[in-house]
Ligand binder design. Structure first.
Ligand SMILES: NC(=O)c1ccc[n+]([C@@H]2O[C@H](COP(=O)([O-])OP(=O)(O)OC[C@H]3O[C@@H](n4cnc5c(N)ncnc54)[C@H](O)[C@@H]3O)[C@@H](O)[C@H]2O)c1
Length: 491
């Protein structure tokens, strides 16, 4: 029974336990953090506030680093199978604590199991290879030095995912870290911690050696500095907003994998298929109520086709269903009251500065109706800031160059997209856009999860995607064999 499967993760008072060295534990401080339901704004879950699991991770990692790759892969495949079998309660947490629509919640969990399987497969191939270098290719050298280059684990990886994909963006860190021979301390987002607890139970039940995955819960603002500056951390893999920039500034001499905010622009040229572009703008802008790093957050449309595009987008937006995540509504409450207030601030700033409202602004609690703003100008905050909500600004441009210049003036550089039927123009615009990825004739998106995924400027450090994440979870080690004579095999 799935309910019994998850029974040991709760304390007698109903809070979720934390997980260290293979045991579900109760915090000695007895402090708890409430997880609010974005729909009701009432307390839905409680997680404990604890701070340390690094010693357990370090200890467990030593043996894990000597565990054959194929055995690591087997354990990960088991985790994926357990996660599929017990997916529904994890998905139910996502519905209740981050108001993600029911179907999307379940597909996030299944996609995460798929990601774990793929990582295990990819790790077998990419981590199973090293390099042999001969010394005589460098001037003045003979071939009496052979350099064996191998990939070794980093040690203990601190994994911090954000609220919007608390399961998928946790496993996208955990699976590569573990496959590469590391241990992990996971700090889930407060909204998303209950799903995180359930997910960690899948790792435990699959027989992962104790201490390899540890989960510390608590408010990021209170325990974040302690964790990110802890001497036991050998790598920080973080996904989130501006917090990541300050973590990067404060972190010590450890590798950083940073997936941060975005202001993904959609450039629509005068020759674009406007029906296709409108569909992409609606889906890209409003899926999960705009709370996606790769959501379309700005439309830059050529003035010649702007009226057509705006009419089509407005017609599509009018059909979006607004309501509860339990009913699979398209637009559901945003994650918190403070987030809703921030979004409202951007909308009011745009109203004050003359934006044209194609839909009336309406809000009840954390639920914000989809809001389409036309005639947005660079003076408005919404032209530059990430609303992370169901609000989409449209800027009409005279030339494609004006659109590219706006895009490149942003502090973000995550993704962007361009709609045109001329492949030469598409490539030229893609070349000019200073973003980690450019999608041609489709909305920005993360995935499939094995595609490289990276942000430029304040959108990130390093590249993700399964193969690149595996590569970021190892360091290079060289062993040089010095021979007393040159080595030339003659065949
Ligand atoms: N580039 C990507 O791949 C990607 C993917 C998803 C989300 N995001 C970004 O994430 C943001 C939304 O997520 P969010 O609101 O959860 O982000 P956030 O930055 O507020 O929080 C992210 C995580 O950091 C933790 N945290 C908070 N303060 C901390 C501190 N001082 N030290 C350490 N950890 C701390 C939070 O508890 C959470 O787990 C958006 O900006 C979005 O664009 C980026």
């Amino acid at each position: 029974m799935t309910e019994d499967f998850y029974s040991e993760i709760k304390t007698s008072t109903g809070a979720f336990k934390w997980y260290c060295a293979g045991e579900w534990l109760e915090s000695t401080s007895a402090k708890t953090v409430a997880v609010l339901n974005p729909s009701t704004r009432q307390k839905e879950f409680e997680v404990q506030e604890v701070d340390s699991a690094f010693a357990a991770a370090k200890e467990a990692q030593k043996a894990w680093a000597k565990t054959p790759l194929c055995e690591r892969a087997e354990v990960l495949h088991r985790v994926a199978a357990v996660m599929r079998e017990h997916a529904q309660p994890i998905a139910d947490c996502l519905v209740k604590e981050i108001a993600k629509p029911r179907k999307d919640s379940l597909s996030e969990v299944i996609r995460s199991a798929d990601l774990i399987d793929y990582t295990a497969e990819e790790g077998l191939r990419s981590l199973g290879q090293g390099e042999l270098l001969n010394s005589d290719s460098f001037p003045g050298q003979t071939r009496n030095k052979l350099c064996l280059v191998s990939k070794v684990p980093l040690g203990v990886v601190l994994a911090i995912p954000p609220f919007n994909y608390p399961v998928n963006l946790a496993v996208s860190k955990l699976a590569p870290a573990l496959m590469a021979g590391n241990a992990v301390v996971l700090k889930p987002p407060s909204q998303g911690a209950a799903a995180g607890v359930h997910m960690v139970q899948c790792f435990a039940a699959a027989g992962l050696p104790k201490g390899l995955v540890n989960m510390v819960t608590g408010k990021g603002s209170e325990i974040g500095d302690y964790l990110t500056q802890h001497a036991g951390v050998d790598c920080i893999s973080f996904t989130g907003g501006d917090t990541g920039v300050s973590i990067a500034r404060k972190a010590g001499m450890v590798p950083l994998q940073m997936e941060l905010g975005g202001k993904d622009a959609c450039i629509i040229c005068s020759d674009a298929d406007i029906g296709l572009a409108a569909k992409a703008v609606i889906k890209g802008g409003f899926s999960y109520s705009g709370q996606r790093c790769t959501a379309v957050k700005l439309v830059l449309v050529h003035k010649d086709v702007a009226d057509d595009l705006v009419a089509k987008v407005a017609a599509g937006v009018a059909k979006l269903r607004v309501g509860a995540p339990e009913d699979d509504a398209d637009i559901t409450p945003v994650v918190s009251e403070s987030s809703a207030n921030f979004i409202e601030g951007l909308v009011e700033d745009a109203r004050h500065k003359g934006a044209k409202f194609l839909t009336p602004y309406k809000r009840e609690g954390n639920l914000i109706w989809p809001t389409l703003l036309d005639d947005v100008t660079p003076e408005m905050r919404i032209a530059w800031e990430e609303p992370f909500g169901p609000v989409l600004p449209i800027v009409r441009v005279d030339t494609v160059q004006q659109a590219i210049d706006h895009c490149n003036a942003s502090k973000f550089g995550l993704q962007g997209c361009v709609f045109t039927q001329d492949i030469n123009q598409a490539i030229a615009i893609s070349d000019a856009m200073e973003t980690g990825t450019v999608q041609i004739n489709a909305a920005p998106a993360r995935g499939p999860d094995h595609f490289p995924f990276q942000g430029f400027r304040e959108s990130g450090i390093g590249s993700q995607g399964i193969r690149n994440s595996l590569a970021m979870m190892v360091k290079t080690k060289s062993t040089v064999i010095n021979l007393n004579q040159p080595s030339y095999a003659m065949g």
